[in-house]
Write a protein that binds this ligand. Structure first.
Ligand code: KIV
Ligand code: ZN
Length: 515
C-alpha cells in the first residue's frame, strides 16, 4: 500500500530566526536555503517580507536561488503585508503566501481588540487577497492551541471556501499535550465540511518540551504537513526539530501511514551549517544531531553494539549524515578543485573576484592547517560574508601576552570608520583582555551575554569557531569568528557582533506587531 506524503515545511529562516540573537543576513539565508534544498524539504518559509527591507530582500534572494522547493513568505492578514510577500516571491518557481491572524479569546480581546466576526472577515479577505498572487495559500489561526474549537471550525471553513489550500494549526505558546492536540486535529478534520479541500498542517512550539511529540500526535490524526526547524531553533524554547520529526517518522514506518521525501544524509551537514551561521551550538546529547547521539559510553552497550549493532542502535549514524571528518582539500589543491568542492557544498561565486578572494583565504588557511575539511570551507565562506558585512569596524591587528604569573594583556588595532585606533587592556585571561581592549576603543557599553568556542574539526590545528552574543538597549546580536588561533577568532567574533549592533537595521517581530 502506498503511503501518503508528509510535507516538511521548514521555518528555520523565519521562526528559527526569531530566536533572540539568531538573525541572519541575506547571503547566510541563501546558503541555508540551498542546504534545505539539498535536504529536500518541501517548503522553505524564507521570512516575513513586511517586517523590514532586509527581510524582504532575503525572501527575494531565496526565491531566486531555490528551484526544487516551494518558497513561502509570511504575512499578517493585512493587504499591505500580503502585497509585500507577493512582491518578494515574484521570482519563486513555486510561491506560497502564509497569512495568519490570532483566534484565541485572549489574543482577540487583548492583542487585536477585535470581535470574532471581524477576525473572520479579515482572515477571509486576506486569503482572497493572497490568491491574487498565487494559488498556494496557507492560513494559520494563531494560538489555535488555546482557541475555542467551534470558532476554529467556523474560521477554517470560511478560509478554505475563500481559497486557502493549507490550514496550519499552531500551538503558538507550546501549551497543549500530545493526546489533546492529536484529538483536536482529528476533530477539526472530521467537523469542517470542506476539510478535504485543504492539507492540514501543524506548527508546535516547545515551551513544555512537547513540540515534536505534539507534531507526531497530529500526524497520527491526519495532519499531512509539519512545520519545523533545523536543530529546533525558534521563538522562545523553539519549534519542533525537523531532524527528530523526520527520523521518528522514518524509523517508525510500522506506525506512521506517511513518509517524507527528506534525504536524511543531509541532516547533519545542514544542522552544522545552521549552528555555525546562527551561533546556536547543538547540545551534545541532542537527538540525531548532537555529538553524542550515536556514542556509546557504557561497556555493556559497546559490547552489544560490537556484537550486533541493533542491540542498542535504532538508526545508523551514516543514514543521518554522520561521517568521519574527510580531508577534502590541501595545500596543493588548485582553483578548480576548490571551486568544484564549493559548488558541491552549494556555494557558488557570482564573480571571478569573489572566487579569487575565497581561494586566497583558502591558501592562507592551508598554510596554517594541513588538511582542510568541509567544515573549514563553510567557515571560510562565513568569514568572507561577515567581513563584507563589517562596514564600520575592522580588526587590523592583535597582540596578546600571557606569561605564567603575569596579568594577561592585549593590544588591539581597529579601523573605525576608516580611522585606525589602538587600545590596550589587562584582563583575567587573554580573551578578557582582548575584549576590554576593543571596548577601550569603541565604548559600546554592551553586555556580553554569551561567549562560546567550538572546534570546527578535530586536532590541535583545528579552527576554533567563536560566538559572542551582545545585548544593548534590548537588542541582542550574535557575532562569529573563526581562526586556528582562538584569541584571534574571539576578537573577530566580538568585532562582528559590534558591527551588527551598530547596523541600523532593526527587525520588527511578526507576532508582536500591531495588527
Ligand atoms: O507560532 C505561531 O503561531 C507562528 C505563526 C505565524 C504560524 O509562528
Ligand atoms: Zn511559531
Amino acid at each position: 500500500m502506498s503511503k501518503d506524503p508528509l510535507i516538511i515545511f521548514d521555518t528555520t529562516l523565519r521562526d528559527g530566526e526569531q530566536s533572540p540573537g539568531a538573525s541572519m543576513n541575506r547571503d547566510e539565508k541563501v546558503r541555508i536555503a540551498k542546504a534545505l534544498e539539498r535536504l529536500r524539504v518541501d517548503v522553505i518559509e524564507a521570512g516575513f517580507p513586511a517586517a523590514s527591507p532586509g527581510d524582504f530582500e532575503a525572501v527575494q534572494a531565496v526565491a531566486s536561488a531555490v528551484d526544487d522547493c516551494r518558497v513561502c513568505g509570511l504575512a499578517r492578514a493585512l493587504a499591505q503585508d500580503i502585497d509585500r510577500a507577493g512582491e518578494a516571491l515574484k521570482a519563486a518557481r513555486q510561491p506560497r503566501i502564509h497569512t495568519f491572524i490570532a483566534t484565541s479569546p485572549i489574543h482577540m480581546e487583548r492583542k487585536l481588540r477585535m470581535p470574532p466576526d471581524q477576525v473572520v472577515e479579515r482572515a477571509v479577505a486576506a486569503v482572497k487577497h493572497a490568491r491574487r498572487y498565487t494559488d498556494d495559500v496557507e492560513f494559520s489561526p494563531e494560538d489555535a492551541g488555546r482557541s475555542e474549537e467551534d470558532f476554529l471550525c467556523r474560521i477554517i471553513e470560511a478560509v478554505i471556501a475563500a481559497g486557502a489550500t493549507t490550514i496550519n494549526i499552531p500551538d503558538t505558546v507550546g501549551y497543549t499535550l500530545p493526546h489533546e492536540f492529536g484529538a483536536l486535529i482529528a476533530r477539526l478534520i472530521e467537523r469542517i465540511p470542506n476539510a478535504d479541500r485543504a492539507v492540514f498542517s501543524v506548527h508546535c512550539h516547545n515551551d513544555l518540551g512537547l513540540a515534536v511529540a505534539n507534531s507526531l500526535a497530529a500526524v497520527l490524526n491526519g495532519a499531512r504537513q509539519v512545520e519545523c526547524t533545523i536543530n529546533g531553533l525558534g521563538e522562545r524554547a523553539g519549534n519542533a526539530a525537523l531532524e527528530e520529526v523526520v527520523m521518528a517518522v522514518r524509523t517508525r514506518q510500522d506506525v506512521f501511514p506517511c513518509d517524507t521525501r527528506i534525504n536524511t544524509r543531509e541532516i547533519v551537514p545542514c544542522s552544522k551549517l545552521v549552528a555555525s551561521i546562527t551561533g546556536f551550538p547543538v547540545q551534545p546529547n541532542k537527538a540525531i544531531v548532537g555529538a553524542n547521539a550515536f556514542a556509546h559510553e557504557s561497556g555493556i552497550h559497546q559490547d552489544g553494539v560490537l556484537k550486533h549493532r541493533e542491540t542498542y542502535e535504532i538508526m545508523r549514524a551514516e543514514d543521518v549524515g554522520w561521517k568521519a571528518n574527510r580531508m577534502v582539500l590541501g595545500k596543493h589543491s588548485g582553483r578548480n578543485a576548490f571551486r568544484t568542492r564549493m559548488k558541491e557544498l552549494g556555494i557558488e561565486f557570482d564573480t571571478e573576484e569573489a572566487l579569487n578572494e575565497a581561494f586566497a583565504r583558502f591558501k592562507e588557511l592551508a598554510d596554517k592547517k594541513h588538511e582542510i575539511f568541509d567544515e573549514d570551507l563553510q567557515a571560510l565562506i562565513s568569514e568572507q560574508i561577515l567581513e563584507a558585512e563589517a562596514e564600520r569596524v575592522k580588526l587590523i591587528a592583535l597582540h596578546v601576552c600571557a606569561d605564567t604569573g603575569e596579568t594577561p594583556k592585549a593590544k588591539v588595532v581597529l579601523k573605525v570608520d576608516s580611522e585606525e585606533k589602538t587600545g590596550e587592556a589587562e584582563g583575567s585571561g587573554v580573551v578578557d583582555a582582548t575584549f576590554k581592549a576593543i571596548e577601550s576603543i569603541l565604548n559600546t557599553g554592551a553586555t556580553l551575554l554569551l561567549y562560546s568556542v567550538n572546534a570546527i574539526t578535530t586536532g590541535t590545528d583545528a579552527q576554533g569557531e567563536v560566538t559572542v552574543r551582545l545585548e544593548k538597549a534590548g537588542r541582542i546580536v550574535n557575532g562569529q569568528g573563526a581562526d586556528t588561533d582562538i584569541v584571534i577568532a574571539s576578537a573577530k567574533a566580538y568585532v562582528h557582533a559590534v558591527n551588527r549592533l551598530l547596523s541600523p537595521e532593526a527587525r520588527k517581530h511578526p507576532q508582536a506587531a500591531d495588527v
